[in-house]
Design a protein around this ligand. Structure first.
Ligand SMILES: Nc1ncnc2c1ncn2[C@@H]1O[C@H](COP(=O)(O)OP(=O)(O)OP(=O)(O)O)[C@@H](O)[C@H]1O
Length: 234
């Protein structure tokens, strides 16, 4: 269980998150939505240690997480940044191998096969330079790369951004499968209607607070409450 309590963070003297509480369990996919500038990316970046906490605690299975992105990555919290960042001059195969840096021998090969098996579109393009992939394919590669070390917590910032509509379902399905394999997954996504069916819970971030944190089925039954929050904060 990843748990965030009383989290405040921001940039310099500017506070973006004003005391946020959040928990995501192993096996759960949490969808995070909210208007532009609400603080969604800041939330993920703070949990992953890239943005320093001004106050609050972040724990994984009850143990406080040390500060900084390296410590958090070692503890098993991995962030897929917005904008599908991959190494364009390396092949798909080498991008994945880099993602598995630290794994040895048979374990590394096994993990490579598992991850490639999850993403047929990568399996067909192992020798292709990542820079020659479409934006959507690069996004899939970025997620696959982050999965190589099998992190207990995967944070994914707007995977649909700049991605062809047709690739959104397979990306969300892969993230769902990851949750089903017993990992915690947090996905920031503006396209709530397209992503909700893959989620267990929906959280809305609004001006650095979380006014809505409910089971996804509540939204599917009655999306109007969330729409009001989203529209009201524009
Ligand atoms: N590196 C930064 N330095 C200073 N301010 C920042 C930085 N990144 C974000 N901000 C500010 O923090 C606030 C929250 O931004 P954030 O990117 O977390 O929002 P968001 O909900 O993810 O929005 P979007 O959907 O547009 O990415 C905004 O006012 C933004 O301008």
């Amino acid at each position: 269980m990843l748990r965030v309590e009383g989290l405040r963070s921001g940039y310099g003297s500017m506070t973006v998150l004003h005391g946020v509480d959040l928990a995501v369990a192993a096996g759960e996919l949490l969808l995070v939505a909210g208007a532009n500038g609400a603080g969604k990316s800041t939330l993920l970046a703070t949990i992953a240690g890239f943005v320093p906490e001004q106050a609050g605690t972040t724990t994984l299975d009850g143990a406080p997480l040390r500060r900084g992105p390296s410590a958090r990555a070692r503890a098993g919290v991995r962030l897929v940044h917005q904008g599908h960042r991959v190494f364009g001059e390396l092949t798909v195969r080498d991008n994945l191998r880099l993602g598995g840096y630290g794994l040895r021998g048979a374990r590394r090969e096994q993990r490579f096969d598992e991850v490639v098996g999850t993403f047929p579109l990568l399996a067909e393009r192992l020798g292709v330079f990542a820079g020659d992939l479409s934006g959507g394919q690069q996004q899939v590669l970025a997620i696959a790369q982050a999965m190589m070390l099998d992190p207990p917590v995967l944070l994914c910032d707007e995977p649909s951004l700049g991605v062809a509509q047709v690739l959104i379902p397979p990306i969300m399905a892969a993230l769902r499968a990851r949750a089903d394999s017993g990992r915690a997954v947090v996905v920031v996504e503006q396209l709530v209607d397209q992503a909700i069916e893959y989620a267990d819970r929906l959280v809305i971030v609004d001006r650095g607070t979380i006014p809505f944190d409910r089971p996804a089925v509540d939204y599917e039954r009655d999306p109007s409450v969330v729409r009001e929050i989203l529209l009201g904060s524009v």
